[in-house]
Design a protein around this ligand. Sequence first.
Ligand code: GCW
Length: 632
Amino acid sequence: MMSTVDPAWLPAFVFRSVGARRVRIVGDGLLVDTVRGEVAAAGGVLVSEGPVDLDLVCEGDVGEKFTVERSGTTTTVRATGGAGLLYGFHHVVRQGEAAFSGVLAPQRHAPRQPIRMLDHWDNIDVHPVMGQVERGYAGGSIFYDNGVVRTDLTRVGAYARLLGSIGINRVGLNNVNVHRTEARLLTDLLPDVARLADVFRPHGIRVHLSVSFAAPMTLGGLPTADPLDPAVQDWWARTTAEVYAAIPDFGGYIVKADSEGQPGPFAYDRNHADGANLLARALAPFGGIVFWRAFVYNHRQDWRDRSTDRARAAYDHFVPLDGTFDENVVLQVKFGPIDFQAREPVSPVLSAMPQTRLAVELQVTQEYTGQQKHVCYLVPQWSEVLNSCTVDGIVAVSNVGEDEFWTGHPLAQANLYGFGRLAWDERLTPEQVLDEWITLTFENAQTVRKALHELMDDSWHTYERYTAPLGIGFMVRTGTHYGPDIDGYEYSPWGTYHFADRDGVGVDRTRATGTGFTGQYPKPWCDIYESLDMCPDELLLFFHHVPYTHVLHSGITVIQHIYDSHFAGRDEVAHMTEIWATLEGDVPAATFDRVTGLLNEQLRCATEWRDQVNTYFWRKSGIPDVHGRRIH
Ligand code: GCW
């Protein structure tokens, strides 16, 4: 474990505006004490009476809301619970000096989502293929080290503080692929979970465990895990009661069932409501929630079978079950119908289950978006998603590890920060969120602001331009998911196909001639996506198989778009390296060096993507670039 811990968006200078002031804190409880500790650490003078600059008043035990007002020379934050006070305090910190000038009529703040959660795909044992953290790009796990839960949880405490400051209120502690040792977090390793819960609790965060559906057999020694079997039900009830005896505010379970080899209710001819309700009923007496993932699909595909469409799977499995899930089940749905690609349409499940509590799942860890080697500010993507669906919760896979910068790429901290801020309020604009992050992270924000916006604001689109074109996805290397392998999944049994041949490219998901996936959308989207004329360019190849000569709304052909976007995307990365070079001396040297090295890798990789994609499609189509550029 590194001894230095980057302060991320909470460096000392951010607290300057508080540190110089007289602060009164009214109320008690664990979270109020956390706020007290923050004020004391900032150097603020805690007083109990007389005129104060900052009055932090907690009037009860529960609640995440707060109000802020300013009259005379006092700024007052009022909350009905410790969490609200903590969030109100950080709101003031974010405002800086501005929170202490002028007059402010009472402003009410409340999270737009009750569930704001980060899931860790961390393993206790180092997995032979996936390592300590599945799809982790920031070193080892902050929780586990080679087979055990860490004894020293200082780093976890610093993480919990960061998350509390942006309003995250739940954390999943282990990988949804639950292996042998991780399964035991539920039983004999429970004291370790309790230790972790103790570290998160002062920051308003409840912990969750990913559990294996087969646990009654593997841990309980029962002959079955059938959800309708009374002995199985009893096992879950007893086991869950023990969890709550150890951790009274335990959040609940996360389950990946019947997916990519994980056990589930299908083995017993039961459906996913049977499975989810089994756990929901064990959790209900204690107020716990089960997050049941909708990522269920057949991962053995055959290219000759054009009717099996992975995009259809979540809807086909779950929508018929709408209305049959218990109240404390939250169905956790990946934002797109496939798998966290740089560009996907929003999953149709999110608008098709009015009687089920739904959470949308995002990926802060950059599995398919450059693995924290590439600058890819994802807040614009999430903003589009969150503003086009109504959900009961927002969940994301964390990008944090043991790395000294937390996220491997120092600029990927903006994604973690931005996730919390958007989960709190999806109406914040991506530029605004990035601006906040810059102000908090860099002491000389004014000097670096413009360059960082130029580098990061549009970096998701840049990534999209030099990788898979027009919404097609999955041209990554199989297994690692890093770098280009255009035909990798085309010839793998996991089969995620783009169907490129000499005549055209794309997946026909129309009702008229394809898999019928477009029919899963409500109007008008089912018609927009179905129609070649109306389908947005950026999703064209997700929904349609077209000839290379098909003309996009942009006025150019598909093949020419492929060439143009790949040349442009790669050149944008070259420009990013130039922008970053101008910041030498304006950002800490360690940050400068780390990002410089990573940008070199991004440029190398973007060049590789450009060349492989362009060559591939030139050779397939036989149609040259109209601009005659050299294709390698
Ligand atoms: O994106 C895929 C990943 C798997 C992951 C799975 C999931 C945890 O490649 O590594 O498994 O999704 O979301 O369950």
